[in-house]
Write a protein that binds this ligand. Structure first.
Ligand SMILES: [Zn+2]
Length: 329
């Protein structure tokens, strides 16, 4: 039903356009290469709310006020994902040389208006363009005027410009106006209306969903969000001599009313640690949780340690994931 209504709106939209503007919008493929180890997840969509509030195309909370693009996030900076052209075109502007550092560290004023960071603009003809932001310093591989094909490498995901986590921000424009590639031509406040500009493969890979487990693992003590973003948390896997065993998760797109619960169990199935699930009073772009246990005097029993993350809503489990780690003697 949903598909049929989308198609009807699409047909209506194009028939209303004057013939000069009836040029087909470009079909877009993902702006980054997604491998299983990098993981690629949508962090934020385009904001459709004209006022001080925010609302994504599905009338959900997966955006923030004034956000003019789609953020494709990877697990950490170590994932080194490549940024790719979403459609054929000509490069109209490329910038490199900005530092990979969180805006939380240097502050917005240090950016001097260069909020996109290291980035590239590609023009696709008929007034359509795509802009790719926050690429890694020294990674931009294309120059002004270069012809690119869909899927060509433009650079690498980084942490430059106005960003706090590794992602590529993609802004799609038609004649200079921001377009939501998930909802082209969406009438104001019409939830899930409009036309998707994505290829069928991209549309199914990036179907709208909430409470995504972005990253998870085990560490030898409490972990910070920064260690998760940079990937240095991977260097802290527990060993038999570790003073603690900690299970950690980073969840994105958490909805109001969700109560995430994390449980760490030892090799014999005993619960070593768990959190008291807290009901989230509002939607959260991301949260990280960890639970752990100090090393017992007799040392860590060898075997498989498991962590189970479940998200509860009104006492019911709405999502569940489990991951494990082996610890030797
Ligand atoms: Zn963004």
């Amino acid at each position: 039903m949903l598909l049929r209504s989308t198609l009807l709106i699409a047909a209506g939209l194009f028939s209303l356009m004057p013939s000069a503007l009836r040029a087909e919008p470009p079909r877009l493929s993902p702006p980054l290469r997604c491998e299983p180890e990098t993981g690629c997840f949508i962090q934020s969509y385009v904001d459709h709310d004209p006022g001080p509030g925010s609302s994504d195309f599905a009338c959900g909370a997966r955006t923030y006020d004034g956000h003019n693009g789609t953020d494709f996030r990877i697990r950490s900076l170590r994932a080194q994902a490549e940024v790719l052209a979403s459609a054929d075109g000509v490069v109209k502007g490329a910038r490199d040389g900005m530092q990979d550092v969180s805006v939380r560290v240097i502050g917005k004023s240090a950016l001097g208006g260069r909020e996109c960071g290291n980035g590239v603009v590609v023009e696709h003809g008929d007034g359509w363009s795509t802009q790719y932001c926050h690429m890694a310093q020294g990674s931009v591989t294309v120059k002004d005027g270069a012809r690119v094909r869909r899927g060509d490498v433009l650079g690498r995901v980084g942490l430059s410009g106005n960003t706090e986590f590794p992602h590529v921000h993609l802004t799609v424009r038609q004649n200079g106006k921001v377009v939501d590639p998930f909802a082209y031509g969406r009438p104001p406040a019409a939830c899930n209306a409009g036309v998707s500009l994505w290829t069928p493969e991209a549309a199914s890979a990036f179907a709208y969903r909430s409470r995504i487990l972005l990253a998870r693992g085990f560490a030898d003590g409490p972990v910070t969000g920064e260690e998760i973003d940079t990937g240095t948390v991977e260097d802290r896997r527990p060993i038999p001599a570790s003073a603690a065993v900690v299970a950690w998760v980073r969840l994105i797109g958490v909805e109001a009313g969700d109560a995430p619960k994390l449980v760490l169990t030892g090799p014999d199935g005993t619960v070593l640690s768990e959190n008291k699930p807290e009901v989230q009073d509002r939607a959260k772009a991301q949260i990280h949780l960890f639970v752990g246990r100090k090393r017992p005097p007799e040392g860590w029993p060898p075997g498989t340690y498991a962590a189970a993350l479940s998200v509860l809503r009104d006492g019911k489990t709405v999502s569940e994931e489990r991951f494990t780690m082996d610890l030797g003697r």
